[in-house]
Write a protein that binds this ligand. Structure first.
Ligand code: PLP
Length: 506
């Protein structure tokens, strides 16, 4: 990686009068802005923009982009995020002018091609989950959760069951599960996992009651383990009149092998950007369709794509619908990519994806176990969770230090400190698209880091422009503007840092 390269920042490159382009002299009558607009709307000086030539501008952005980690440049075993290769053919197809140039307010008669693809995607996702109704609208897994909980709420309200106020969530769940439950107005109750990492049935039974609305379960769970008692779990919840919500973020492990609808789920979300290859580093764009049982279908967000003979149309006639959860029809660009993926692979290909994903995870698990404890017994599904707790004891090296040191070797870090039930967690999901050589090289690097001088590991990364940011501050109070310390100020005051500009020296 060439992240060490010191890049002159663009404000410092600025020289008064330098330009990427020059316009020909104006050959039509013109007036100065001061004659066209009232004075109060006019700035008293030009905006503080850098003045650079085109080559410097290009180098600036190219160098910045090389500081990024992506699946196209680095192995990216970020557990639970399914960072698999994104086939480039999907990009080309999603960019076809017939799709990319559509306007969302066009009439159905002029968008039949798009509607046909969306209809096809609805059919495939229903089939893969074993649930007969769908909404493509949610823009992410988390929004799928929230949407499904709204649907459950509307259903119980319709049935007069106002007393169902609680959503049960295992302690190994993704943080979005309790957050969605709270946002939907439910009270969250945590269900404990046993030492085996699976839902503890005694604790579940104790917490189930007439007030249970939904049990949200992730299967395979975030420890990469299949909930072997899933049938019993769904029966217990149904016996109390509750619904089962399946967090489908881990569908990459079970495509074509088992279906949530078959093991008792009433609703589930997909993360199309994870399982079906939407590029999603850096948080988006996502697509989180939900599939549900027939009796929940009337409450789904409208519109839904339907077919009448040969014609496709958007159906808004859903009087019990919870309404929209997103503008227009969902993240269509990601749905198109997912559609291409499903059509390319077919049922056997999808099953192969899951088998290879599970095989890769088990291979990596075995290699990582040579130097790190993996607390839950294998075999695992598509991912596994190791712990750095022995390293903390022996060398005062934490999971975060290992993660940061991996960056020096050109690897994106695994997910750390999640799930919460494993201390010093390092959660790894290699996905099916990686070769044995990549997995071996990564495992060898982890083992090497374990043997390194602790100070080197604790102060990593050493090869990146930014070493360790305050992650909470970086997320909650990002400083997105930068101004130069030594910028050249042109006579017109072209480059100046006004008092309102947050200044940060990198
Ligand atoms: C990624 C993930 C989510 C949330 O999905 P987003 O698309 O990121 O909103 C929920 N649950 C699990 C287990 C996940 O891995």
């Amino acid at each position: 990686m060439n992240n060490t390269q010191s890049t002159e920042l663009i404000f410092e490159m600025s020289r008064h009068g330098r330009r990427c382009h020059r316009l020909p002299a104006c050959d039509v009558p013109s007036k100065p802005a001061s004659e066209l607009l009232p004075k109060k709307y006019l700035a008293d000086r030009p905006p503080p923009l850098p003045e650079v030539g085109e080559i410097d501008l290009i180098r600036h952005y190219m160098n910045l982009s090389a500081r990024n980690m992506s699946i196209d440049t680095n192995f990216y075993p970020l557990g639970s995020c399914t960072m698999k290769y994104n086939p480039k053919r999907h990009e080309r197809i999603a960019g076809f002018p017939g799709f990319a140039n559509l306007h969302p307010l066009q009439d159905d008669d002029t968008t039949q091609g798009m509607l046909e693809l969306l209809y096809g995607m609805q059919e495939y996702l229903k089939e893969i989950s074993g649930l007969p109704a769908i909404s493509l609208q949610p823009a992410a897994g988390a929004q799928g959760e929230l949407t499904a909980l709204f649907v459950a709420h509307a259903y119980f309200k319709d049935k007069g069951q106002h007393h169902r106020t609680k959503v049960l969530v295992p302690d190994s769940a993704h943080g979005t599960n309790p957050a969605s439950a709270a946002l939907a107005g439910f009270e969250t109750v945590t269900v404990k996992s046993g030492a085996d990492g699976l839902v503890n049935l005694d604790d579940l039974t104790a917490k189930l009651g007439d007030d249970t609305a939904v049990f949200m379960i992730t299967n395979p769970n975030t420890l990469g383990l299949f909930e072997t008692q899933i049938k019993t779990i769904t029966e217990l919840v149904h016996a109390k009149g509750g619904l089962i919500y399946l967090d489908g973020a881990n569908m990459n492990a079970i495509l074509g092998i088992t279906r949530p609808g078959d093991f008792g789920a009433d609703m589930q979300h997909y993360n199309v950007h994870k399982t079906f290859t939407g590029p999603h580093g850096g948080g988006g764009p996502g697509s989180g369709p939900i599939t549900v049982r027939d009796f929940l279908a009337p409450y789904l967000p409208a519109p839904i794509v339907r077919k009448d003979g040969e014609r496709f149309y958007l159906d808004y006639q859903m009087p019990k619908s919870i309404g929209r959860v997103r503008s227009f029809f969902g993240t269509i660009g990601i749905l198109f990519r997912g559609y291409c993926y499903i059509r390319t692979l077919g049922p056997d290909g999808l099953k192969d994806v899951s088998e290879q994903a599970v095989l890769n995870a088990n291979y990596l698990r075995a290699r990582v176990s040579e130097g790190f404890e993996v607390p839950h017994p294998g075999p695992c599904m598509h991912e596994f969770v190791a712990t750095a707790r022995a390293l903390v004891r022996e060398k005062k090296i934490r999971a975060m230090d290992v993660a940061k040191r991996l960056l020096d070797y050109g690897y994106h870090a695994p997910t750390v400190y999640f799930p919460l039930v494993v201390p010093e967690a390092l959660m790894m999901e290699p996905t099916e698209t990686e070769s044995k050589e990549t997995l071996d090289a990564f495992a060898d690097t982890l083992l090497k880091i374990k043997g390194e001088d602790p100070e080197t590991v604790r102060t990593a990364p050493h090869t990146h422009v930014i070493s360790r940011a305050d992650e909470v501050k970086a997320a909650k109070e990002p400083v997105l503007r930068w101004t130069a310390k030594h910028a050249q100020t042109g006579p017109a005051g072209a480059v100046t840092a006004g008092p309102e500009v947050v200044t940060r020296e990198w």
